[in-house]
Design a protein. Structure first.
Length: 107
């Protein structure tokens, strides 16, 4: 399980949830995802850069994680999960979410 933290203006930091639980200040990021949206208004394009900081994961895993995160925020059905987790956590079915992510991961 990974924890995603958004930092303004357009950066996501991802770390292992277990590392964060043990010591939030010492949890080192695995991946950073930077979003460059300067062209979104004029060209309809947003550039994304994913950097693997910690070699605890492979490039393929990093790609899948980045892709999954982008899907969660760009696809309406998937963003419902993000919204539910943030606004109505008591209704969020974590097991169902993990099952869906595992299914997609294997594709």
């Amino acid at each position: 399980m990974l924890l995603s933290q958004f930092q303004s203006p357009n950066i996501f930091l991802l770390a292992f949830l277990e590392d964060y639980r043990m010591d939030p200040s010492a949890a080192s990021p695995l991946i950073t995802i930077s979003i460059f949206d300067e062209l979104s208004g004029s060209k309809g394009v947003t550039l994304v850069r994913c950097d693997i900081i910690n070699r605890g994961i492979s490039e393929e895993e990093g790609y899948k994680i980045c892709k999954g995160l982008l899907e969660d925020y760009s696809e309406e059905d998937s963003f419902g999960n993000v919204h539910m987790f943030n606004k109505m956590p008591e209704k969020f079915d974590a097991d169902k979410y993990v099952e869906e992510k595992e299914r997609r991961w294997k594709e």
